[in-house]
Design a protein around this ligand. Structure first.
Ligand code: KIV
Length: 255
């Protein structure tokens, strides 16, 4: 097993696992040097880096391009590259995509889906490629579901999420992201899960670790901030201040 994966697994029950997104060399290197456990090159880059309204516009080429930047930067963190929409529609396509992604130098891939993706995950894992699964709210389904809706609100939904976790674990995923899921349901899934759970918008202390979007954490995308995160910095304000200060100091020739 990849020693970086072994390290992540060994953290379970010892301390919370910290995962953050990064999409380029400097921010990935900063995250790595800050001691983060896992760096996700998420398809959220479609929104916070590329300016699309949602993640359904992101292509495999986009992800490969950014995956290479992050893989070059990270020395210690486990780097995971997200599979964009329609690049894993069948188990065969999922494996081909995962193989291309691993050529960028990343350590693992991630894909959205639960029981419906059990065979897809198994095909990738059987080829020796580590997979992080992703259940609960699936941003790639934003169009079919008509927006982003909290999951696990009813007993039926919570039970279906539990089955999703069991399916992805059975398929060999090494960890599972649980996104925007009711706190109680996320905690129940964690208690039953044989693999580490990583929450986002699923309450604090409900999962073995948490993942957050870099720009949400550092205030890098002020036009939209999810309600479940408290930014720890305001880099957008600092960038604006620095640009204004520099441009106000420019002088005319001869003055
Ligand atoms: O794309 C992404 O950043 C993600 C996280 C929100 C888990 O999938």
């Amino acid at each position: 097993m990849n020693p970086k994966i072994e390290k992540i697994l060994s953290l379970r029950g010892v301390r919370p696992i910290a995962e953050i997104t990064a999409y380029d060399y400097p921010n990935a290197r900063l995250a790595d040097e800050a001691g983060i456990d896992m760096i996700l090159v998420g398809d959220s880059l479609g929104m916070v880096v590329m300016g699309y309204p949602d993640t359904t516009h992101v292509t495999l080429e986009d992800m490969l391009h950014h995956g290479r930047m992050v893989a070059r930067a990270a020395k210690n963190a486990l780097v995971i590259l997200d599979m964009p929409i329609h690049t894993f529609d069948t188990p065969q396509q999922a494996l081909e995509t995962a193989r291309r992604m691993m050529e960028t130098g990343v350590d693992a891939v991630k894909l959205e889906g639960g029981a419906d993706k059990e065979e897809h995950i198994r095909a990738i894992v059987d080829a020796g490629i580590p997979v992080q699964a992703h259940i609960g709210l699936l941003p790639q389904k934003v169009k079919e579901e008509g927006g982003y809706h909290m999951k696990g609100k009813t007993d039926e939904e919570a039970a279906a999420l539990l089955r999703d976790m069991q399916a992805v674990a059975r398929a060999g995923a090494f960890s599972v992201v649980i996104e925007c899921t009711r706190k109680g349901a996320a905690a129940d899934i964690t208690a039953a899960s044989p693999i580490p759970t990583i929450g986002i918008g699923a309450g604090h202390g409900t999962c073995d670790g948490e993942v957050c979007v870099f720009h949400d954490l550092v205030g890098g995308f002020p036009w939209f901030v999810p309600s479940f995160i408290t930014p720890k910095a305001n880099i957008a304000a600092e960038i604006t201040r620095a640009i204004k200060e520099w441009s106000a100091e420019l002088t005319m020739p001869g003055k």
